[in-house]
Every structure is written in C-alpha cells, then in structure tokens.
Design a protein around this ligand. Structure first.
Ligand SMILES: NC(=O)c1ccc[n+]([C@@H]2O[C@H](COP(=O)([O-])OP(=O)(O)OC[C@H]3O[C@@H](n4cnc5c(N)ncnc54)[C@H](OP(=O)(O)O)[C@@H]3O)[C@@H](O)[C@H]2O)c1
Length: 306
C-alpha cells in the first residue's frame, strides 16, 4: 500500500513519519512532481498538478473539516474525498464559541477597559434569556457547540439543511425557516460549510433579522460573511459586535477595518486546529476500514459540496 502526502505551506515530514508508524505495512512518502502512483493521499490544498498526476488514488483524505478549497479542483469523477470527522476539533470549537458568547454576555471587554483605567465598576447583570444563541450548521462541530452552550443555560436555536432533533435545542431547517431562526436569535454562531448555497449568507438581509443588539461569531469560512454589511450593521447600532476567526483573505490584510474596529475581535483562524496525532489515528483507521470494504464516516458528497 502506497500513501502520498501533499500539503501546501505545511511540512509533510511529521505526517509522513506519523503515518508510517501507524501503518508500518505501508510505504509513505511526501509527494513531489513526477512521484510514483500512490493508492491513498493525505492532502491540504494540493495543486491541480497533484490530482492530474495521481489518477489511481482510492481516496483523498483532507486534513481539515472544510473541503471547499479541495472541491474547487478538477477531481476525477468517483474519487472518494474524506474530511476530518472531529478528530479533536469539536472540543476546541466548543471552548472558543463558549468563550466568545460568555465574554460578550458578561461584558468582560467592558470590565477589562475599566480595569485598565483603574476603575472598580459594576454593570447590571443581564438575563441569559435575553441572549438566545443561534447555531447555524448542526454538523459535527455545530452539535457539540450547541450542547456546550446548553451547559451554561443559554437558550439555543439550531439551523441546518435537513431537519434535526437535539435535546434542548430549538431546531429550524431549510431556507424557508431561516428568517424565523434569525429572528429567534441574538447571538449568531456560523458553523456551516462553504458551498454555493452558503456563500455570502451572512449579509445585510440576514444579519438585520437578528434581534437588536445581535452579536456575530464566524468560525466557519470568511466568504460566508459580507464584510461591509457586518460593519454597517455594527456602526448603525443594530449589531453589538462580532468575534471573527475566518476571513475572505487570510492572513487578514493589514489595512482591513476589522483589525482596528473597537467592537470586533479578530483571531487568526485558530478556533479549531487540526491535531496531528488524532488525525493520523483517524485517517489510518479509515484506510484500513476501506481496505476491508467497510463503510466510513466523513465521506464528502460532491453534489452537496460538503
Ligand atoms: N475556524 C476553524 O478553525 C474551523 C475548523 C474546522 C472547521 N471549520 C468550518 O466549520 C465547518 C463545519 O464543520 P462540521 O465538521 O461541523 O461540518 P458538517 O459536519 O459537514 O456539518 C455542516 C452542517 O451545516 C449544515 N448545512 C450545510 N449546508 C447548509 C445550508 N445550505 N443551509 C443550512 N444548513 C446547511 C448541514 O446540514 P445537514 O445536517 O442537514 O447536512 C450540517 O448540519 C466546516 O465546513 C469548516 O468550514 C472551521
């Protein structure tokens, strides 16, 4: 069994070593142009040349949950594309989103500013029933986030493409339910995949349907959000602010207004990082399962785009 590793802007060496130890019977190597045919590939934003030179692959394993960049390539029809299925990401996402929601709800930035000014000040406690959180995307990450928010007793709404039932979460499904979901939510957490249907979905029309004083947490993809619409709704006072982890252009350009905006917090696409050991264990387990002819989770449906 031959495994090739092809990463953009990331050293393949520790992955090659890790996969080799997990699958001693395999021959694992880093791809370079003209390399021999492999059976399985582990990739992160590979070039089209890689796909064109490896027509014999049985599956392509993406080392992230989002496959939007990969699906922009010309892939041979029928090639199995497999995404990471949690692999340690959902707990990171839950802690990031709970932090963002609690920091906003408890006005911790305000206390921080007061402390910087040496001011001992109290703010009136706010009621969490006034802060319903809407989680857009109830997949592997969104469900974990929704469950984590319930631990703090926030009212939680969920939105997905197909209907879902989740304990304690008011679930909405499909585009016709989107306005009701938004109107029922004050804090919005985006955890949808980037597809032609979801690109630019956080725009003036949708964001203005959030309850007054709304707050946006975007941890999915930058191209979900129309930047100018977010800025104008914050500046008009309809939205209270945002915490953003993902951007249309990454790294976020130095001149982008998000950096300096007093009501926007920026983090560098770090809310849920790929953990190498967990990912290697998951991918090698899936290669062995596929070899035995068993079904696996995390196979991407190219028609749906995720
Ligand atoms: N910032 C980071 O560090 C980071 C890390 C990992 C992942 N991500 C992003 O997070 C995204 C979600 O990951 P995941 O593993 O939770 O994905 P997932 O398991 O595929 O779940 C996607 C969810 O979005 C819903 N959805 C898809 N298209 C929709 C549409 N048009 N309208 C309404 N709902 C729609 C799906 O609905 P159904 O349940 O009906 O299919 C599903 O509930 C990834 O695609 C990636 O972009 C970001």
């Amino acid at each position: 069994m031959k495994i090739t590793v092809c990463f953009d802007k990331l050293s393949p060496d520790p992955w090659v070593q890790g996969l080799q130890s997990a699958l001693p019977q395999a021959r694992v190597s880093a791809w370079s142009p003209g390399a021999a045919q492999a059976d399985w590939a582990i990739v992160w934003t590979p070039p089209q040349q890689f796909i064109d030179e490896q027509p014999g692959l049985q599956a392509l394993f993406n080392i992230g949950a989002g496959v939007d960049a990969l699906l922009k390539l010309q892939l041979p029809p029928g090639l199995k594309v497999v995404r990471l299925d949690d692999a340690g990401m959902s707990v990171q996402m839950a802690e990031y989103v709970c932090h963002a929601v609690i920091r906003h709800f408890r006005e911790l930035d305000g206390y921080d500013a007061d402390a910087q000014a040496g001011k001992w000040s109290y703010r009136k406690p706010r009621s969490r029933s006034d802060f319903p959180v809407g989680v857009m995307g109830l997949g592997v990450l969104g469900q974990r986030v929704a469950r984590a928010l319930k631990v703090f007793d926030f009212p939680v709404n969920g939105y997905s493409r197909s209907p879902k039932q989740l304990d304690g979460v008011r679930c909405y499904a499909g585009p016709e339910a989107l306005p009701a979901f938004l109107q029922a939510s004050r804090v919005l957490v985006n955890l949808m995949p980037l597809t032609p249907e979801t690109e630019n979905i956080l725009n003036h029309t949708t964001l203005s349907q959030l309850q007054k004083g709304g707050y946006v947490i975007n941890v999915a993809r930058g191209s979900h959000l129309v930047d100018e619409d977010l800025l104008s709704l914050i500046d008009s006072g309809h939205l209270a602010g945002a915490m953003l982890d993902v951007f249309r252009t990454e790294p976020l350009p130095a001149a982008h207004p998000f950096w300096q905006h007093p009501k926007i917090s920026v983090t560098p696409h770090t809310s849920a990082r790929t953990l190498r050991e967990e990912s290697i264990a998951q991918i090698s387990g899936k290669i062995l399962a596929l070899q035995r002819g068993e079904p696996i989770n995390g196979v991407v449906d190219p028609g749906r785009g995720y």
